[in-house]
Design a protein around this ligand. Structure first.
Ligand SMILES: [Zn+2]
Length: 317
């Protein structure tokens, strides 16, 4: 039992991609963590493996600012913590940190927006365009920097995804992304709540695979005729981390019945897709879908807590 108050930065998949097969190179992929900041500003990474018991209590109302990032190059960035630990007013940032954050400028770069030299070096690295499909078939187009090519999709919680283009830099890839949204109708965002709702009853793997394959093929065809320089069309499947497999498989589950913004919670994580866990509550054989992304920017104390099991009408399924 500890009463350290941690600020939750979120679920991160920073590990190496999966390497299937035998041998020392073999890897399940990812090794996701819940990243926590203690009051002195030190970070703790709580490993989220199958079987991890997570118990916590919300220790403050509302959300607190997670600070901002300064980008110095493709792999170099500083995370500047919020000096005031102010209340978050723009997503998970205070107004000051929002304005200072380099990543705010990324989305205007391909429309001619000015960026500082470090962010420019980051954006000038190779980027990948992908088509990702989620558990209910909702699909999106998106971009990943070369160094985060695999990790980006792990954090998105894709069920199936394919890379469709390799672009010479982050400007070209966003031009392609906008083109795909405009001409193929693929959105650039699927909301976290929709992903969680989809994991309550995932569609059959074969359907999602066929859908993603078709959307990726249509996107490649569109890109081929686009008349844009600085990229090549690719056909490469993203490899899903093993820890996500069970979450993505069809099952009858329940949405987690409690709000993560208050009170105490505790459960056992059995599988994790992006920031969304399939978890078991003490005293119940049922599977619950818990969106751990809702803990981002909240203050918690870890402890030996358990969530109440709701009265579920088994007859509903
Ligand atoms: Zn701040």
């Amino acid at each position: 039992m500890t009463d350290t108050r941690y600020l939750v930065h979120g679920v991160f998949w920073d590990g190496p991609p999966p390497v299937p097969g035998p041998g020392s190179e073999q890897s399940d992929g990812g090794q996701p963590v819940l990243r926590l900041q203690d009051p002195s500003g030190t970070f703790t990474a709580l490993a989220l493996d199958a079987g991890t018991r997570l118990g916590f209590r919300l220790a403050a109302a509302g959300k607190s600012c997670l600070g901002h990032h300064l980008v110095h190059g493709p792999a170099e960035r500083d995370h500047i913590l919020c000096p005031a630990r102010a209340a978050a007013v723009k997503g998970s940032q205070c107004g000051r940190c929002f304005v200072l954050d380099d990543s705010r400028l990324i989305h205007d770069f391909h429309r001619g927006g000015r960026v500082p030299p470090g962010l420019r070096a980051y954006l000038m690295q190779q980027h990948w365009l992908y088509v990702a499909t989620f558990a209910n078939g909702a699909s999106k187009v998106g971009t990943a920097s070369h160094l985060r090519k695999w990790n980006r999709l792990a954090e998105q919680g894709a069920v199936v995804a394919r890379y469709v283009a390799r672009a010479e830099d982050g400007r070209v890839v966003r031009i392609l992304e906008d083109l795909v949204t405009r001409d193929a109708g693929l959105p650039q965002q699927v909301r976290s709540a929709a992903k969680a709702a989809a994991l309550v009853a995932p569609a059959a793997a074969v359907e999602l695979e066929a859908l993603n394959n078709r959307l990726a093929a249509e996107t490649r065809l569109l890109l081929t005729g686009a008349g844009i320089d600085g990229f090549e069309v690719v056909d490469e499947t993203w490899v899903r981390p093993v820890l996500s497999d069970a979450a993505c498989a069809p099952a009858a589950r329940h949405a987690y019945p409690h709000e993560l913004s208050a009170d105490a919670h505790g459960f056992r994580i059995d599988s994790l897709s992006g920031s969304i866990a399939v978890a078991a509550l003490d005293g119940s054989e049922l599977e619950f879908v818990v969106n751990l992304g809702q803990l981002k920017a909240r203050v918690i104390e870890l402890g030996d807590h358990g969530s109440d099991v709701p009265a579920v009408q088994e007859s509903l399924f």
